[in-house]
Design a protein around this ligand. Structure first.
Ligand code: DGP
Length: 111
């Protein structure tokens, strides 16, 4: 089982901010901003490259949920949502995840 599947299952501890039957959100262990949350599907999808017509509904569900997670985390001034896909983007965990970053003025450089 991959590390994020284990976090979703509760086998690896994490500081969860939201969870339901399909989605799990928890604080990143290596924060890049004052607030850094990861949102994942419970279903193992390796990356954006593995999103299909059959499984893309979970991506919509995640984006429907992100505003309330951000609000709960106090990100009233705005936030950035990022997903890394593959080696060139430095994806280090092969389980689809969306970073929510905020809590300060972020750089306008995206890469
Ligand atoms: P990426 O580079 O986009 O694949 O981001 C993976 C993120 O996952 C990275 O910011 C660190 C975080 N991470 C890796 N392992 C763990 C873990 O065991 N717990 C938590 N909370 N975060 C983790």
């Amino acid at each position: 089982m991959c590390v994020f599947c284990q976090i979703a299952a509760g086998d690896i501890p994490s500081k969860k901010v939201y969870e339901d039957e399909q989605i799990c959100a928890f604080y990143d262990v290596n924060p890049q901003a004052p607030v850094h949350i990861l949102v994942i599907p419970r279903e193992h999808i390796a990356s954006v490259d593995a999103v299909t017509k059959e499984n893309s509904g979970i991506v919509a569900r995640i984006f429907e949920t992100i505003p309330s997670i951000a609000q709960k985390a106090g990100l009233s001034g705005g936030y950035r949502v990022i997903t890394n896909c593959g080696a060139d983007a430095c994806q280090s965990v092969p389980h689809l995840h969306f970073h929510i970053l905020g809590g300060r003025q972020l750089s306008d450089a995206m890469a």
